[in-house]
Design a protein around this ligand. Structure first.
Ligand code: C2E
Ligand code: CA
Ligand code: CA
Ligand code: CA
Length: 278
C-alpha cells in the first residue's frame, strides 16, 4: 500500500515539475514577447442573425512564439495575469486594435466596431478607467473600440465593476458581458451593469439542440436581455441548424465557425472588401 502511494507521489511530482519547468520557460519568453513584437490580433466577425450583415468584430490575441509556435490565449493569458504583464499587453491590444481600425478608415473600407477582451486583473486596477481614457485620447476620434468582460469578472467585486463600467459608458465605450450563463449572476446586479450586449456562452449553443433544458435557458437569457434593452450575441455557432433555432428565439447576432474563424488583419480586410462587392 505504502509503496504504491509512494510511487504515485513520485509520479505526480515528476509530472508537476515538468509542468513547472514548462511554465517557467513560457513565462520567461513571455516577458520579452511584447518587446519582440510577437503578439498578433486575429479578428472574428459578429453578424446579424437574420441578414448576416457585419455588425462588429472581436479581437483575439495570439502569441507567435519562435520557440513554441502559435500559442492560443488560454495557454498564456493566465500567466500574463499571474505576472501582471496582462496590463501592458492589454494596452498593446487596445493600441493595435485602434491602429487596425484607423487603417480600415484610411483604406476607405467599412470599419466594423472592434471589441477587445479585458482581464479581471485590468478591471480591478484603480487606474483602469484612466488608462483606457488615455488610450482612447491618443487615437483618432472616429476609432470605435468596445470592451468584453466575462460575467464572472463583472460580478467579482460587483460594486466596483458597476462604477467603472459606468465611467467607460460615459467615454462612449460599449460593453458586452461575455460568457454569459456560466456565472451565477444576481439579476438585480445584472440590471445595474451598464452593458449593451450579452454574449451567450458557447457551451449553451453547442448543446441546446440536444438538450431541452439548455434550449429553454437560451430562450430565457434572450428574453431577459431584451427586457433590459440589451442585444444578444450567440457565441460559437457552428451549424446552420443552431443559427436557425437562434433566429426563431429572436437572438440578434451570432459569432462562430459557421460564419468565419478568427483571422489575421489582412484576411479580415479582404473579408470586408468581399462583402462590400456582394
Ligand atoms: P472568448 O472571449 O470567449 O472568445 C471566444 C473564443 O471562442 C475564441 O477562442 C474563439 O476563437 C473561439 N471560437 C469562436 N467561434 C467558435 C466556434 O464556432 N467554435 C469553437 N469551438 N470555438 C469558437 P480563443 O481565440 O482561443 O480565445 C480564448 C479566450 O482567450 C477568449 O475567450 C478570451 O477569454 C481570451 N482572450 C483572447 N484574447 C484576449 C485578449 O486580448 N485579452 C484577454 N484578457 N483575454 C483574451
Ligand atoms: Ca470575448
Ligand atoms: Ca466568450
Ligand atoms: Ca468563452
Amino acid at each position: 500500500e505504502a509503496k504504491i502511494s509512494g510511487d504515485r507521489y513520485l509520479f505526480y511530482t515528476k509530472q508537476m515539475s515538468d509542468r513547472v519547468t514548462e511554465t517557467l520557460a513560457l513565462e520567461s519568453s513571455l516577458r520579452t514577447a511584447l518587446e519582440r513584437n510577437e503578439f498578433v490580433l486575429h479578428y472574428q466577425p459578429k453578424v446579424d442573425i437574420c441578414n448576416r450583415q457585419l455588425e462588429g468584430v472581436e479581437a483575439l490575441i495570439r502569441w507567435n512564439s519562435p520557440q513554441f509556435g502559435l500559442v492560443p490565449p488560454l495557454k498564456f493569458i493566465p500567466l500574463l495575469e499571474e505576472t501582471g504583464l496582462i496590463v501592458e499587453v492589454g494596452s498593446w491590444v487596445w493600441r493595435r486594435a485602434s491602429r487596425d481600425y484607423a487603417d480600415w478608415l484610411a483604406q476607405g473600407v467599412f470599419a466594423p466596431r472592434i471589441a477587445v477582451n479585458m482581464s479581471v486583473v485590468q478591471l480591478r486596477r484603480h487606474d483602469f478607467v484612466s488608462t483606457i481614457a488615455a488610450l482612447q485620447k491618443s487615437t483618432e476620434e472616429s476609432v470605435e473600440i468596445d470592451i468584453e468582460i466575462t460575467e464572472s469578472t463583472a460580478m467579482d467585486e460587483v460594486a466596483d465593476s458597476i462604477e467603472k463600467l459606468h465611467e467607460l459608458y460615459a467615454l462612449g465605450i460599449n460593453i458586452a458581458i461575455d460568457d454569459f450563463g456560466t456565472g451565477y449572476s444576481s439579476l438585480a446586479y445584472l440590471a445595474k451593469l451598464p452593458a449593451h450586449v450579452l454574449k451567450i456562452d458557447r457551451s449553451f449553443i453547442s448543446t441546446m439542440l440536444e438538450d431541452p433544458d439548455k434550449m429553454s435557458l437560451v430562450s430565457t437569457m434572450i428574453s431577459l436581455a431584451h427586457s433590459m434593452h440589451m442585444k444578444v450575441v450567440a457565441e460559437g455557432v457552428e451549424t446552420q441548424d443552431q443559427a436557425n433555432m437562434l433566429r426563431l428565439l429572436r437572438c440578434d447576432q451570432m459569432q462562430g465557425y459557421l460564419v468565419a474563424k478568427p483571422m489575421p488583419f489582412e484576411q479580415m480586410t479582404a473579408y470586408i472588401r468581399n462583402r462590400e462587392l456582394n
